[in-house]
Write a protein that binds this ligand. Structure first.
Ligand code: GAR
Length: 218
């Protein structure tokens, strides 16, 4: 008997390379989630073209035309309900969300961040990490909670920061890892194998994805 796949929305604001990694991984017939909707807060987000071509339902809700954050989010919420969305992946979605919206999706919304949280919350993470002279940098997938770039950590991957790195070369090395850990984290969430204990996420059995998380530098 086949198990129903969880319906996922991906929220983007730009390029959408993480969205693409999720869409491609979800094409596997045994993946426990399907990408049912891509939502952007920017009508010109480059990622929308890929989603359209992939035959995924897409919507652009331009946050600038709404009177405030909550009106914008109520519109997103309506769209998510119309599409019977069960889980949300933030993938380069660059709008702060209100506690109201986050509360609607508690335990069901995850984010990818380009740093090893809790270090380097916020923006320009690669530039700041290089300025601090770190030797190890990386990325994190975590549950979304009302505080920005906080929330129980589901997966992380580390990369070396090299002497001749620029923010761009380091970003590219990190992004490659984002594309591995994000689909793995979604697979675990959708399969129901994640248990949150305080601020820790424990995996209680894992389908497939462990290999993708093995960090070659460790
Ligand atoms: C990614 O590096 C993602 O980690 C980052 O934006 C980029 C989006 O790229 N997200 C954040 O900084 C959120 N705090 P993409 O559109 O190609 O996936």
């Amino acid at each position: 008997m086949s198990v129903a796949r969880r319906r996922v929305a991906i929220l983007i604001s730009g390029r959408g390379s993480n969205m693409r990694a999720l869409v491609e991984r979800a094409r596997a017939p045994d993946f426990p989630a399907e990408i049912a909707l891509v939502l952007s807060n920017r009508p010109d987000a480059a990622g929308l073209a890929f989603a359209r071509e992939a035959g995924i339902a897409c919507a652009a809700l331009d946050h600038k035309i709404y009177a405030g954050r909550e009106q914008f989010e109520r519109s997103m919420q309506a769209m998510l309900e119309i599409h019977r969305i069960e889980l949300i992946c933030l993938a380069g979605f660059m709008r702060l969300l209100t506690p109201w919206f986050i509360g609607q999706w508690s335990g069901r919304m995850i984010n990818v961040h380009p740093a090893l949280l809790p270090s380097y919350r916020g923006l320009r993470t690669h530039e700041r990490a290089l300025a601090d002279g770190v030797k190890i940098h990386g990325c994190t997938v975590h549950f979304v909670v009302p505080a920005m770039d906080e929330g129980p950590i589901i997966a992380q991957a580390a990369v070396p920061a090299l002497d001749d790195d620029t923010p761009e070369t380091l970003a590219a090395r990190v992004l490659e890892q984002e594309h591995k850990i994000y689909p793995a984290a979604l697979e675990w969430l959708a399969a129901g194998v994640l248990r949150v204990e305080g601020n820790r996420v424990v995996r209680v059995g894992a389908p497939g994805a462990t290999e993708a998380l093995r960090n070659p530098s460790c």
